[in-house]
Design a protein around this ligand. Sequence first.
Ligand SMILES: [Fe+2]
Length: 135
Amino acid sequence: MAITWDPTLVTGIEDIDAQHQELFRRLDALLEAIRAGRSRDEVGRTLTFLEEYASHHFTAEEAQMEARGYAGLADHRAEHEGFRAELRALEAEYLRDGATASLIIRVNTQLTGWLRSHIYRADRALADFLTGKAR
Ligand SMILES: [Fe+2]
């Protein structure tokens, strides 16, 4: 089963929604590469590909928060750091143990779960603030 973005995750801000969809595509590509038993180089490339985009996306969101003086910036940034740390931990685990069942489960549940809950809660709150919908 592929990891996919779905419309319950819409924030209403076009560039953020497009970036979220790309994040899901890259996360799915990583999971597929691990599941299919691709070479370490190939899995490494999909991981780097995901890390780079996550970094680009988080920086873009944080710049919007800074520009608008968003009060939740520090907490939101800390959540982004948490995702980056989780990615690094997974990378270390992969390099040490390879594509184990537990790694696949972690990518599938932890990374995907983090992304979904972060978007659903933190990014939608940010979007409401940016669009003036927040009370
Ligand atoms: Fe975010």
